[in-house]
Design a protein around this ligand. Structure first.
Ligand code: F6R
Length: 241
């Protein structure tokens, strides 16, 4: 595991975009695993700039996202499909048909999970998986549990996760879906490379546990210690510097 310490969020966004950009330069038909949340927004802006200036090309890229709220349609402004379209896909030359997220509208959990596992099997292996980390150590929406997950799961979101995400729903917790579909930890660990981006002092404690604590499903991100190729890009606040 390599840890790159950067000064602040702006530097983090640029460094992470450069890292993913290098992947696309080396392998233009990369399969990239993408994440939502606040942390990658600056990185996505930088990737858009790099694409529009001709530095990187998405025309052969396939993307698979980590997660989607159960019950939200892709055109719901809080859905992760909407987020990805808005923050990245519609601004770069990726083909919409090459972008995958779990389908939040499938009612039947088993069906939704099987369908997404089939997608991952079909397009994979993932060349580079981007991750953020939740305050409870979740990656994707794999919340702390008694065991690590394997394939795609339908999970009940932690109260803390729902509270953290209420900011996207005008602060109204009642609007935050109770469940989500998420890529499992087994699938995340099969990615050839992992890029974890972390910003802010509020993540310092959990980042330290994930990087230096015991590997335990009660801190899902701690499993990354066992992956052979993880790059952590974190700002000084998140590293407690
Ligand atoms: C989002 C995801 C989550 C976030 C995590 C951190 O697709 O998989 O695990 O990465 O909740 O979110 P932010 O970046 O908003 O702190």
């Amino acid at each position: 595991m390599r840890v790159l310490s950067v000064k602040n969020y702006e530097e983090l966004s640029k460094a992470a975009a450069r890292y993913m950009g290098a992947q696309l330069t080396l392998k233009p038909d990369s399969v990239i695993g993408l994440a939502t949340g606040s942390t990658p927004v600056g990185m996505y802006k930088e990737l858009i700039r790099m694409n529009q200036s001709g530095e990187i090309d998405f025309s052969e890229v396939i993307s698979v996202n980590l997660d989607e709220y159960k019950g939200l349609a892709g055109d719901h402004p809080q859905s992760y499909r909407y987020f990805m379209n808005d923050n990245l896909f519609k601004h770069v030359n990726i083909f919409a048909d090459n972008t995958y997220l779990p389908d939040g509208q499938i009612e039947d959990d088993q069906q939704a999970c099987q369908d997404y596992d089939d997608v991952i099997d079909c397009v994979g292996p993932i060349d580079m998986q981007l991750l953020g980390i939740g305050h409870n150590g979740h990656i994707g929406f794999n919340e702390p549990a008694d065991a690590f997950t394997t394939g795609t799961q339908c999970i009940t979101l932690d109260e803390r996760t729902r509270q953290a995400n209420a900011r996207f729903f005008a602060g109204d917790m009642s609007q935050v879906p109770a469940k989500a579909y998420t890529m499992g930890i087994g699938s995340i660990m099969k990615a050839k490379k992992i890029l974890l981006v972390v910003t802010g002092a509020d993540k310092a404690e959990i980042l330290d546990k994930a990087l230096n604590g015991p590997v335990t499903p009660s801190v899902p991100a701690s499993i990354l210690q066992l992956h052979p190729d993880v790059m952590v890009i974190a700002d000084e606040a998140a590293l407690g510097i």
